[in-house]
Every structure is written in structure tokens, then in C-alpha cells.
Design a protein around this ligand. Structure first.
Ligand SMILES: [Ca+2]
Length: 711
């Protein structure tokens, strides 16, 4: 069962898949994306602003000053060992996108230590498929096409029991759990056509499936910002739009909210809230929001004496001439333009006009706004995917340095991150953590924002400041700035630990390559940084990995089920597999009570005649087995994958001369969803590939690893 495809027909498309995932699937089927909406809106609202920005010393240029916060709305208080905000709106939120409940649970201590008041899950409902083929790139959108109004048992994210355990652990750290709820629409069928309904709705919501003409809106047109009807009753990306005015639909949503509350949720994010009507929508008005929110609020209050937090996804504007306050009287809402405007300004030549972008697009003091530097949509649709994380972090810092608004930090997956897994680690970096803690430390302080020496500075009262370079910092350098509101005294950069003295209203500080300085007077909490020469890898019998730890007073590692081994700064671990052919190294480091923990995994590879064997692959690819192997220039082959125990064997392809060509890197791909139609694979139709395959992680291997054994 081997097939060769020409380089151009398939190889190139696979290279694209390797670098950015099977995104055709997403652009056609994805609900909820800002992709289709963001370009519609211009920034006229902000560019025409004339800010009150010319009051401070002329030598430093204009500043925005004295924004204060309505303490009657937000609590403005923090508590607990990690000094997290008591109210979600006051703190910052980690968007643990696609992370399983167990992944979130396992990282809870770091989430708290990194200063996040809340963690946001992906949608918890049953999705129309949970094929678990592995790759986020092909599967993430499934979670936004629900077929039930209950917490899924068959999910990429885990079980309801695991959800509840995660919430329990969150409470012990004082972290709030925000659950993503999809209530505007449900999943369509496999054709993706308008007014089709995922069959699984019949299993989980039989009443709705049996009466689609009652429980869904019936106009087969996609949403537009024209008027209340086109915004709220048309379909989002061909997805069946729920009749949210229906009492039964509302009952089902309320039932889901109560189920989440009972399992430990502290609040909700409403996907596509813009597309669910409000009581102000004239002849299209319904009481959906007041009904479901008051039911949830009362339930949580009466049963648990808890106040819930709500926010809705309103991209750009409510659309169709509708008003923000039709939503903000019920909940906070997203202010995506704030972040996208700043993102466009950072790294550009900045003048004082940049300060006009420090203006919320509704909500005078930000207390109803949820900001982000990027969202899962802008990342998945590649609007921001190619932007350096370092730049994203600087934009995030400019948002989270402020008060009033809450800011969502999007934890990026890697290209090969599987559904359920954590991807990149930037969410817990020293600079992002320092900004989060600053946010919590400064809740009630006024703001003074200025542009000086190419840096934007957000000062909070007399107490502290976040300084963000307007351009990338390639080499550490000193900058001298005027303190416009912070007091003279000794501060510490919470990112690097360096002392900074403000004297006569002026200070000089060294800015690191992060481009971010966080000044506070308190002793800095610097997290240890853990890295390894290979953070994931493949090996034959064994391999050596060197582990480095910075900013730590003590460290240890543990290989598989072995004993903890203490070390300082640096050590080399001799990796050997467990009985499943997998080696796990857990590294923990401590810096005067501030801890870090990293887990690295390595897979045993066995050479056979013409094959490579990868241990642990079965954990990830637990369905059908086929592998696409190819060269850097795009030529490649389909290869059967043989499974023996927990080991997957993938044949190494031969080149046109019938020889093993080991001169170039190979990439091994294994797929695919449960219902994968193997026969279809053997066509060369690009559409078939795009619509049918799910891609697991890419297993990129250098030729020296998969050389052919001669035994
Ligand atoms: Ca709708």
C-alpha cells in the first residue's frame, strides 16, 4: 500500500501543511473567526480621537494622564499567596487554548505564580467530532461546532470529572476558571453547507434535532453588519444559527451554565455574543441575555455564594448600528481594536500621535473591556501567527500595564502541538509574569502614559511603571527617561532583578532583549528559567541531554520513575527509555521560593531494515496509520505504518533510483481521523486532502537519525 505523488501536486501542499496546518478546512468551516470581520472595520473611531494629551512637561512630549477606575464596579482588591485579583475584570486571563483540563491542572501553580487571575478553557461542549487525530491545526475548529449543551465526555479536552478536578485545583491557588460557551450556533454536517445539521445533535440534543425549524433561524445567508437581523439571525460561516429567543434553547443553555457552575466554573466567555440578539434589537429583540445570565447569577449566588464573571465576544463593533451598551449592561465585552491598533503602531516609527491609541473603543475607563494582543482567531487565521512572540509580548505589556480593562494572554501552540497539549512557554516568561504581577499590584493607581526616547511608558501613580520599547531590542542598552508620576527612590526591574534609582524625576535603566522593563519597589520574584539542549527528541538506545537552569538557587531532575537528582546551573542527563520506549525528564528549579517546572519527552527510535520505529507515537496517533514522508524539496511518498505494541514502524521511502536517499531531511507525518477514508487518500485531488485529512504532529527527523540499518 504505497503510493508516490509528484512533488508539485502533493509535496508542496504538505509543506504548507507542515508549516501552517491544513487551514483550508478552517477558513471554510470555522465559526467565530475574526478573520472575516476584522478587515471590514477601519480605525476611524480611534484615529479621529483627539486625546487630552498635552498637559505634561514639554521636554518629554505629550502624555495621557489620570485615568482612574470606578471602584464601585470592580473590587480593586487582591488576595492569596500569589496576590491575584479578587475580580476577574481586575486581573489578567490566560487563554489556555486547546489545553486539556489535565494540562491546565498540571500547570496551575505556574499560572498562579505567573500572575494570572483566571484561566480560560476552550469550549467544553460536545463537539461534532472528537477524532483526536492530534494536530490543533486541523481540529481546533471542531470545538466551536458543538452538538450538545452539556460538558462533553468525549472531548479533546478531557472528561467532566477532569474538568471538575481542574476547577478544584484552581481554587486552591485562587485562580478563577472561565469557560468558553458556544450558544449562537451548533455544528453543521460534513458538507459544511448552509442549513445542515451535524447528525450528532440528534444523539445529544434530540429535541433540537427533531425540530430544527423551531430551534434554528432559517435564513441561509451568512452574517453581515448591515442591520440587527443580518447580525443576529443570519449564519456565522454556514453554521446553523440557534433560535436563541426560544424558551427551550435558553433552557438548554441555562442547564449547561449550571452544570459548569456545579463543576466549579467561575465565569463564562460567550463565543460570537455579537450574533446573539439583545433586548434592544427592536423586532429582533429577545430576552436571551437577561434570562440566561440572571439564571446563572442567581444559581451561583444561592448555591455557592459566588459572583460569576461574564464577557462576550464582540468583534469590532456590535454591527448594524447596534450599541455597545446593549451588551455592557450585562457583561464585559472584547475590545479587539485596542490591541490591533497598538500592534500596528509597535515597531513602526512612532510619534506622539501613538498616544491616541491608548483609548478604549467603548468603556471610558476600560472596566467593561477585555483586551488582547492576539486571539486564537488571529493566530489560527495567520493574521498574527508570523509575528514574533517578543513583539506580541510588548503589545500585551502595553495593555496589561493598565488598569480597568482585563487582558487575555493567548498561549500559542507550536506547529506540531497536539490538541490537549500546551505549546509555547511564553505565557510564563519572566517579562509576561512581571507585567501580570504589576497589573495586580497597581489596581487602583492612576495612569500616566508617555512616549520618550522611542519607549512607551505606563506609570501607575507614584508606585511603578512598565516601559516598553517601541522597536525590538537587539542588544541590551541603557535608556534615560523622565519620571512623570512615579516617586524618587529605589526600584527593581521585575524582569531582570536589576536596581533602578529614580532621582530628581529621572532615571536610567538597562532594557533587556525582551524590550520590557517593569519597575516596582518590591523585591523581584524572578522565575528560574529551564532549558534543555533538546526539549523533545528521538533516540536509539540512549542519548545525552544537557539541562540548563538560570536564576535558580536549587534545581533537580527526575528521569522516568527514578529518584530526584539535585544539580546547580547545568547538568547532563543520560536518557534511557521506560518500558514503553519513552523517556520523560521532569526538571524543577527554585529561586528563593519562586519555582519553575518543565517536562521534556523523548521517544525511542528503533532502526529496522528500511524502517524507523517510533515509540510513543501510538499515544498521539491512536487511530488509523499512514505516514507521508518527504524531502525538503517536496517529493514524498505515502507509507503504511505498522503498529506493534506501542511502537509505530514507518517505512523509509526510496528515491527514483530505488535507493534510500539519506542526504536530506525527512519529515514523517502520521495521520488521521477515525473515519478517515483511506481510499480517498490515493487520489491527488487537493480538495480531498484539505477536507479529509487530519494531521498529527509533524515528526521532523534529520537524516542521521533515520539512517537505514544494515542489520
Ligand atoms: Ca445568532
Amino acid at each position: 500500500m504505497k503510493k508516490y505523488f509528484s512533488a508539485i501536486a502533493m509535496g508542496i501542499s504538505l509543506l504548507v501543511l507542515a508549516s501552517c496546518g491544513g487551514n483550508n478546512q478552517e477558513t471554510t468551516n470555522t465559526p467565530d473567526t475574526g478573520t472575516t470581520e476584522i478587515p471590514v472595520e477601519t480605525t476611524t473611531e480611534t484615529t479621529t480621537e483627539t486625546t487630552t494629551d498635552t498637559t505634561l512637561p514639554t521636554t518629554t512630549g505629550p502624555s495621557i494622564e489620570n485615568r482612574t477606575y470606578d471602584a464601585s464596579y470592580t473590587k480593586g482588591t487582591t488576595s492569596g499567596e500569589y496576590n491575584l485579583a479578587d475580580d476577574v475584570q481586575d486581573g489578567t486571563i490566560l487563554h489556555a487554548w486547546n489545553w486539556s483540563y489535565n494540562t491546565i491542572k498540571d500547570n496551575m501553580e505556574m499560572i498562579a505564580q505567573s500572575g494570572y487571575t483566571a484561566v480560560q478553557t476552550s469550549p467544553v461542549q460536545q463537539s461534532k467530532s472528537a477524532a483526536k487525530s492530534g494536530a490543533w491545526t486541523s481540529d481546533w475548529y471542531m470545538l466551536y461546532q458543538p452538538v450538545s449543551f452539556s460538558i462533553a465526555q468525549d472531548s479533546y479536552l478531557g472528561t467532566k470529572e477532569e474538568f471538575a478536578e481542574m476547577c478544584e485545583v484552581a481554587k486552591t491557588y485562587g485562580v478563577k476558571v472561565i469557560v468558553d460557551i458556544v450558544a449562537n450556533h451548533m455544528g453543521n454536517d460534513s458538507t459544511g453547507s448552509p442549513l445542515t445539521f451535524a447528525e450528532a445533535i440528534g444523539t445529544y440534543e434530540p429535541e433540537i434535532y427533531a425540530n430544527t425549524s423551531s430551534y434554528f433561524h432559517t435564513i441561509a445567508r451568512n452574517v453581515s453588519d448591515t442591520n440587527a437581523q443580518t447580525v443576529t439571525r443570519y449564519m456565522l460561516s454556514n453554521l446553523p444559527d440557534l433560535n436563541t429567543g426560544s424558551e427551550y434553547v435558553q433552557e438548554r443553555v441555562i442547564s449547561l451554565l449550571k452544570e459548569c457552575i456545579d463543576a466549579g466554573a467561575d465565569g463564562f466567555r460567550f463565543d460570537a455574543a455579537k450574533h446573539i440578539e439583545t433586548p434592544d434589537d427592536g423586532s429582533y429583540a429577545t430576552d436571551f441575555w437577561p434570562n440566561i445570565l440572571s439564571a446563572a447569577t442567581d444559581y451561583a449566588k444561592e448555591k455557592y455564594d459566588e459572583d460569576l464573571y461574564y464577557y462576550g465576544e464582540i468583534l469590532n463593533t456590535p454591527g448594524g448600528g447596534r450599541q455597545y451598551d446593549s451588551y455592557t449592561k450585562f457583561m464585559s465585552i472584547t475590545d479587539n481594536k485596542y490591541g490591533s491598533n497598538l500592534l500596528a503602531q509597535v515597531n513602526a516609527a512612532m510619534s506622539n500621535s501613538v498616544l491616541r491609541y491608548f483609548k478604549y473603543n467603548f468603556s471610558e475607563d476600560g472596566t467593561k473591556a477585555v483586551l488582547w494582543a492576539e486571539s486564537h482567531d488571529t493566530f489560527a487565521d495567520e493574521t498574527t501567527k508570523g509575528t514574533d512572540q517578543e513583539k506580541m509580548n510588548r503589545v500585551y505589556a502595553l495593555e496589561a500595564a493598565r488598569g480597568g480593562a482585563t487582558t487575555l494572554y493567548f498561549a500559542r501552540p507550536n506547529n506540531n502541538t497536539a490538541m490537549g497539549d500546551m505549546g509555547t512557554k511564553a505565557w510564563k516568561s519572566a517579562e509576561v509574569s512581571a507585567v501580570n504581577r504589576f497589573h495586580n499590584d497597581m489596581l487602583k493607581e492612576n495612569e500616566t502614559i508617555s512616549l520618550q526616547s522611542g519607549c512607551l511608558m505606563v506609570e501607575r501613580g507614584t508606585k511603578g511603571a512598565v516601559i516598553v520599547s517601541g522597536s525590538p531590542v537587539r542588544v541590551e542598552k541603557n535608556i534615560t527617561l523622565k519620571a512623570l508620576s512615579i516617586a524618587d527612590g529605589t526600584y527593581y526591574d521585575q524582569v531582570t532583578g536589576r536596581e533602578v534609582v529614580v532621582e530628581n524625576g529621572e532615571f536610567t535603566a538597562k532594557i533587556s532583549k525582551t524590550g520590557i522593563i517593569v519597575l516596582e519597589t518590591k523585591t523581584p520574584r524572578i522565575s528560574p528559567e529551564i532549558s534543555a539542549t533538546a526539549e523533545i527528541g528521538y533516540f536509539y538506545e540512549s542519548m545525552d541531554v544537557t539541562i540548563n537552569v538560570n536564576n535558580s538557587t536549587s534545581a533537580s531532575y527526575k528521569l522516568n520513575d527514578g529518584e530526584k537528582v539535585d544539580f546547580t546551573d547545568k547538568t547532563t542527563v543520560h536518557i534511557t527509555p521506560n518500558e514503553l520506549g519513552v523517556a520523560t525528564v521532569v526538571v524543577e528549579a527554585d529561586n528563593d521560593g519562586v519555582t519553575s517546572k518543565e517536562t521534556f519527552k523523548y521517544y525511542q527510535v528503533e532502526r529496522k531494515e528500511g524502517y524507523v520505529a517510533i515509540s510513543g507515537l501510538k499515544d498521539i496517533v491512536n487511530n488509523n496509520y499512514l505516514a507521508w514522508t518527504w524531502w525538503g524539496d517536496g517529493e514524498g511518498h505515502w507509507e503504511e505504518v505498522a503498529i506493534d505494541g506501542d511502537v509505530a514502524y514507518i517505512a523509509i521511502p526510496k528515491n527514483n533510483l530505488g535507493e534510500y536517499d539519506l542526504t536530506k531531511a525527512y519529515y514523517l507525518l502520521a495521520a488521521f481521523p477515525k473515519d478517515f477514508d483511506v481510499v480517498s487518500l490515493y487520489g491527488t485531488d487537493q480538495n480531498v486532502w484539505d477536507s479529509k485529512t487530519g494531521q498529527t504532529a509533524d515528526y521532523k527527523m534529520n537524516y542521521d537519525v533515520i539512517e537505514v540499518s544494515t542489520i
